[in-house]
Design a protein around this ligand. Structure first.
Ligand code: IPD
Ligand code: CA
Ligand code: CA
Length: 280
């Protein structure tokens, strides 16, 4: 993407600058509210939490983006009814958009609620279905991960590079335990059973977006999860690609915004990784 093209600069602000500004402002606000939220509600299941901070944060991001790019479309987790069917429908409805912002205001709400400092703000911009900007912000560590298609990925100005492991046996792999305990969780647990004996170790820290950012930064060799949504993955997908890694679905098919079962890695272990997940 050419940052100086008229498409990417409106009113003097590039897409990436707006995404960074939104993530930083939202993250600061979330952190300031940590431990003092007042409404805790359940969404899809008793494992799917939402607070007024998730909703307020999404409003803040939506308003900021709308100010700069009023003709762009917006897909945010809190604007969609809970559950996989509603998510798929919302994505389908937005699929014609030339520019679509895809936002998870707090990825890792369970951690946020418990004061476990591993949650993030995830903001992606897709052009005709292809992610061109991805920003993930971790307010607890003040770490900002930024990627632009074709321009690399950076954490606090340092170019990121995926890790160098060449085999699962040397790999540190993360996953998540999805809120859908009927279909997604049992499938994910099969993956855990398959992979745990094969890898150096597994981690389940509770923010899919931040796990993807960690794959990009070379802190994890890979990440997979069953039953995620576009807003959990979109920004992280570009971070991984622009850091030299690979992202596909868990069968090894190319990533697109509709992928819910995702596998991301440093690329070198991808065949072995996806091969092990495919066993089930
Ligand atoms: C959740 C987190 C978690 C993952 C869940 C997601 P949320 O997102 O990414 O790590 O295991 O599947 O739903 O609900 O905190 O935005
Ligand atoms: Ca999420
Ligand atoms: Ca969320």
């Amino acid at each position: 993407m050419d940052d100086n093209s008229p498409e990417s600069v409106i009113g003097g602000k590039s897409f990436t600058a707006v995404a960074i500004n939104c993530a930083a402002k939202a993250g600061e606000w979330i952190k300031s509210k940590s431990g003092s939220f007042s409404q805790l509600n359940l969404k899809y299941s008793q494992h799917d939490l939402v607070t007024e901070v998730d909703k307020g944060c999404e409003r803040l991001i939506r308003n900021l983006i709308g100010t700069h790019f009023p003709h762009h479309s917006f897909l945010g987790e809190e604007g969609v009814e809970p559950g996989p069917e509603a998510s798929a429908k919302a994505l389908e409805e937005a699929s014609d958009a030339e520019y679509l912002w895809i936002v998870d205001p707090i990825d890792g709400t369970t951690n946020y609620v418990h004061g476990f400092p591993f949650y993030s703000v995830s903001i992606a911009l897709a052009r005709r279905g292809q992610v061109i900007v991805g920003v993930i912000y971790d307010p607890s560590r003040d770490e900002l991960f930024v990627a632009e298609r074709g321009k690399g990925a950076y954490v606090h100005g340092r170019k990121m590079q995926v890790s160098g492991e060449t085999a699962l046996s040397q790999s540190l792999i993360a996953t998540g335990f999805p809120a859908d305990h009927l279909e997604a969780l049992p499938q994910n647990l099969q993956g855990v059973q398959e992979l745990a004996p094969k890898v150096r170790n597994l981690r389940v820290a509770g923010s899919a977006a931040l796990h993807l950012a960690y794959v990009a930064a070379g802190r994890l060799s890979g990440f997979w999860e069953i039953g995620l949504n576009a807003w959990d993955i979109a920004a992280g997908s570009l971070l991984v690609e622009e850091s030299g890694g690979r992202i596909t679905d868990t069968r090894g098919e190319p990533y697109h915004l509709g992928v819910r079962n995702v596998a991301a890695s440093n690329g070198q272990i991808h065949g072995e990784f996806v091969g092990a997940l495919k066993t089930h």
